[in-house]
Ligand binder design. Structure first.
Ligand SMILES: Cc1cc2nc3c(=O)[nH]c(=O)nc-3n(C[C@H](O)[C@H](O)[C@H](O)COP(=O)(O)O)c2cc1C
Length: 222
């Protein structure tokens, strides 16, 4: 797939077909994505791929935590968004809830939707990205961001959709329990991955972007 087409086509997929992803396909995607740049080529990413029973166990563990009233131990963002950032967050939520037919006051359906997010949107596989705690947090976070986007773009070439998922790693202790990612690694984010179910309403979300002139400042062009 052409790189520009992939960038334009990539969107967060929140509804998947149950079809499993061949391990070889995931291996190819990750083989390409690890060509991502990193500060001083440190390649800080540790990549854990989960599917089948292991993913089921993680999802069940997370749902049990939520049902017990536990709050995610990784709170992302660590403080609430404000101003235009909050507005963009609200605009996205309005779009998703409208497409999913979830009314603002319908606490039950909202909670169901939230749980779906914590279940990696029922994708057949999930990719967990972690980094060694000895590394500088700013650099390693940046580098994980780069590889995360590269994984999402590469996946499109194989007909796969993705959703970068902070929710899925909100209870890192559960992820650790079933994957043995050691405490010496900081779990940064997760990616739900699978074949998109294009009939799933939330997959019709078209997230907005600000006009270029509002985010780019030009110097020396005249
Ligand atoms: C670091 C990061 C964390 C995210 N976590 C979640 C998440 O927990 N749940 C979710 O539904 N989407 C999550 N997203 C997806 C964003 O909501 C999405 O990228 C954004 O709304 C833009 O939409 P698009 O990906 O369809 O272009 C996350 C994205 C990023 C970059």
């Amino acid at each position: 797939m052409d790189i520009l087409e992939a960038i334009r086509k990539r969107k967060s997929i929140r509804g998947y077909k149950p079809d499993p992803i061949p391990q070889e396909t995931l291996r190819e995607i990750l083989g390409i994505a690890t060509r991502s740049p990193s500060a001083m080529n440190t390649q800080p990413w540790e990549i854990t791929v989960v599917t089948g029973k292991v993913l089921d166990n993680i999802k069940q563990g997370i749902i049990e935590m939520l049902n017990s009233g536990a709050t995610p131990s990784i709170k992302i963002p660590s403080k609430p968004f404000e101003g235009k950032y909050r507005q963009r967050q609200v605009d996205l939520a309005i779009q998703i809830f409208k497409l999913m037919g979830i009314a603002r006051e319908d606490k039950e359906k909202r909670a169901e939707w939230m749980q779906r997010g914590f279940r990696f949107f029922d994708a057949p596989a999930a990719i967990i990205l972690s980094v060694d705690r000895s590394l500088d947090e700013v650099h390693s976070q940046f580098d994980v961001g780069a590889i995360t986007q590269t994984i999402c773009l590469t996946a499109l070439n194989y007909g796969l959709g993705t959703c970068i998922e902070d929710q899925g790693v909100g209870f890192p202790e559960i992820v650790r329990k079933f994957t043995h990612i050691p405490e010496s690694q900081r779990i940064v984010t997760g990616i739900a991955i699978g074949y998109p179910d294009w009939d799933f309403p939330a997959n019709k979300v078209e997230s907005q972007r600000e006009p270029l002139e509002d985010v780019v400042t030009w110097y020396g062009f005249d």
